[in-house]
Design a protein around this ligand. Structure first.
Ligand code: AMP
Length: 192
């Protein structure tokens, strides 16, 4: 099973991807998590990505294409994977098409979580409050200014992917405003 999750920041892609990893025994590949790990380890990629990420802007296609291509070659991706936060631009989607073709792999579905943008800022604020209450560390791009920038980036660069995948016949839309269990059930219906 090879899936892509599409949707703006805070739509619940990560939450749903995590639940599906347990159900299907395939890993969640979050480019955001991979980049944050690179920043934490101060690798070359991490050093190049940090300022861009903190500003809520997109890291270059070249960097993310390469980390995804390497990651899907790992043995735990043999049964499939869930891409969360990648592709994020039409050029990334085209690069992914070429990447999968060269590896002899095919996507099963692209699931778009549709959400109301006004609710996203509230979700981000709740996520920050919950993280602080649990004694965790808040993401450096989870502040109102960077979050708005991430939403703008989404609207301008990522939203056109819906049309791209509608064109390939792979796009499935789900109402991301419903509660977590309902969204999961809808996704499982699509995948059944
Ligand atoms: P996320 O955890 O998916 O919200 O990603 C956090 C940040 O990592 C984004 O705001 C971008 O700066 C960067 N990022 C993650 N995935 C990508 C991607 N596919 N293309 C470019 N930048 C990305």
């Amino acid at each position: 099973m090879r899936l892509i999750f599409l949707g703006p920041p805070g739509a619940g892609k990560g939450t749903q991807a995590k639940l599906l990893t347990e159900r299907y025994g395939i890993p969640q590949l979050s480019t955001g998590d991979m980049l944050r790990a690179a920043v934490a380890q101060a690798t070359e990629v991490g050093k190049r990505a940090k300022a861009v990420m903190d500003a809520g802007q997109l890291v270059s296609d070249e960097i993310v294409n390469e980390i995804v291509s390497d990651r899907i070659d790992a043995p735990d991706c043999a049964k499939g994977f869930i891409l969360d936060g990648y592709p994020r631009t039409v050029p990334q989607a085209k690069a992914l098409d070429r990447m999968l073709e060269s590896k002899g792999l095919k996507l099963d579905a692209v699931i778009e979580l549709k959400v109301d943008e006004a609710a996203l800022v509230r979700r981000m604020e709740n996520r920050v409050a919950e993280t602080i209450a649990a004694g965790g560390t808040v993401r450096s791009d989870d502040n109102p200014e960077a979050f708005k920038r991430r939403l703008t980036e989404y609207r301008e660069k990522t939203a056109p992917l819906s049309e791209y995948y509608a064109g390939t016949g792979q796009l499935k839309a789900v109402d991301g405003m419903a509660d977590v269990d309902t969204v999961t059930a809808e996704i499982e219906k699509i995948l059944a």
